[in-house]
Design a protein around this ligand. Structure first.
Ligand SMILES: [Zn+2]
Length: 459
């Protein structure tokens, strides 16, 4: 058995309260409110004190900029190792994430080769440690042919694909899903599910635009796949990736699973003109379904948001609809797009902070996503008056396109990772090494439901 990978483990003993090395001062989101705020940070990048009159340390005045916790994206595909010609890697993807206000990502296992053995997880950890500029949490594939217990010694969680999609990790429709979930539950690690049931697909539909793509992989396929999860062990950390409808979100909740929605399912819908750049699994839905999903998310019933960043190259996506791969990039625009919805008054700031920062961190039990003593000082400085239109040419992701071209967004002006500035005035400066984070097993989890939050409006 190879050596256990290095990386942060949750077993950090409570720290004695030490005097901070640096104190950030200005305004910030703290305990559900925006107020004058000071954050003391020690030399290891841990928050020692939050509030007012924090004494000691060098002072950094953030002026009018608002301090918010940085986000954790539960769902990216950085394709490292990737197929030849893949435009993304840990180096480029993590830089892109940093610019979008994200300080940690969960990287999915449908790489080439796929993350199906401990050796491949260890190879991924080495790549992360060599190239990542923010923290990365590697997941492994959950399949009947994988050694779940061995994988659990090195991976931080599992992805279960109930349908074929990029990477060919989908399990057969005859698979005993309950048995797979019991095996995974015994490890105490989270299991994220791509929930679509291929038996409910309509292959005769010959999709050539997004309306038909939606009909060919309809919402009922999602509901049917979720029903297969009913028989999961109580208390396991079960999470449903990319719910596309209010019905799917409600069913996930009823099953005792947490869930995430993507910005593309929250903000984009199908049309007769929706081309292969809008092709994604599960598909975009009709405008009425999108609206209902947005309302469910806005009301706090979808506890988390994640990008499902899938950086296919321009040339692959320019192929005719039937041949083009499914998926769209989004790690860099996830938080800025939703900050813009907050600025417009369509979403409470507290909802966004819970969905993008706090709840993903609680789900993985990591000390981040909150500006609280003992948490890592991973935070942003944001000015809601500084907006810009999203342009593919301005983004850092190497795939060269975005489904959100021309949309307004609020990009963070500064990003601090462990108290060190990695984005300055909207430019990536880096200088902090990303870590491969290890999620510790939790057995059993009391309640997978994450609490809601009181409303707070953006200033
Ligand atoms: Zn995905």
């Amino acid at each position: 058995m190879p050596a256990r990978p290095r990386g942060r483990i949750r077993e950090r003993a409570p720290r004695p309260s030490s005097s901070p090395e640096v104190v950030f001062e200005g305004r910030g989101y703290w305990r559900g409110k925006i107020s004058a705020l000071e954050i003391g940070v020690d030399e290891e990048g841990i928050i020692t004190q939050v509030g007012r009159n924090v004494r000691g340390g060098r002072r950094v005045d953030l002026g009018e900029r608002l301090m918010l916790p940085s986000a954790l994206d539960l769902h990216v595909h950085f394709r490292d190792p990737g197929p030849p010609g893949s435009p993304e890697s840990f180096a480029s993807g993590t830089k892109s994430a940093a610019l979008g206000g994200i300080s940690a990502v969960v990287d999915m296992p449908n790489t080439v080769p796929p993350t199906t053995t401990p050796e491949r997880v260890i190879d991924k950890i080495a790549r992360i440690q060599a190239h990542a500029q923010i923290d990365v949490i590697p997941f492994a594939a959950l399949r009947p042919d994988t050694n779940v217990a061995r994988l659990a010694r090195v991976a931080s969680g599992f992805k279960l694909y109930l349908a074929p999609t990029t990477g060919d990790l989908g399990v057969d429709t005859g698979t005993d899903v309950g048995e797979l979930l019991r095996e995974a539950a015994a490890t105490g690690l989270p299991v994220h599910v791509h929930a679509e049931d291929p038996r409910k697909f309509n292959p005769r539909d010959q999709p050539r635009e997004t309306d038909a793509w939606d009909r060919s992989r309809p919402e009922i396929a999602e509901i049917s796949a979720l029903e297969k999860l009913r028989d999961h062990p109580a208390g396991m950390r079960l999470h449903v990736a990319h719910v596309t409808s209010a019905g799917a979100a409600r069913l996930a909740r009823e099953l005792g699973a947490s869930s995430e929605a993507t910005p593309h399912h929250l903000l984009l819908s199908t049309s007769l003109f929706g081309n292969s750049f809008q092709k994604v699994n599960p598909p975009l839905r009709a405008e009425s379904t999108r609206k209902a999903l947005w309302e469910t998310f806005r009301d706090g019933l979808v506890p988390m948001v994640a990008s499902d960043h899938a950086p296919h190259s321009l040339s692959l996506k320019e192929a005719p609809f039937p041949e083009a791969p499914s998926g769209m990039p989004g790690v860099e625009t996830l938080f800025p797009l939703l900050l813009e919805t907050v600025r417009r008054g369509d979403l409470e700031l507290s909802r966004l902070i819970h969905a993008a920062c706090r709840n993903p961190a609680l789900h993985l039990d990591l000390p981040r996503g909150r500006l609280e003593k003992g948490c890592e000082a991973n935070f942003l400085a944001v000015d809601f008056r500084v907006r810009r239109k999203i342009r593919a040419k301005d983004l850092s992701t190497l795939c060269g396109w975005t489904p959100f071209e021309g949309r307004e967004a609020v990009f963070p002006l500064e990003h601090y990772l462990l108290g060190k500035r990695i984005v300055d005035d909207g430019e990536f400066v880096g200088g902090v090494r990303g870590r491969s984070l290890r999620v510790a097993p939790l057995l059993p989890k009391k309640s997978p439901h994450l609490p809601g939050s009181p409303p707070v409006r953006a200033p």
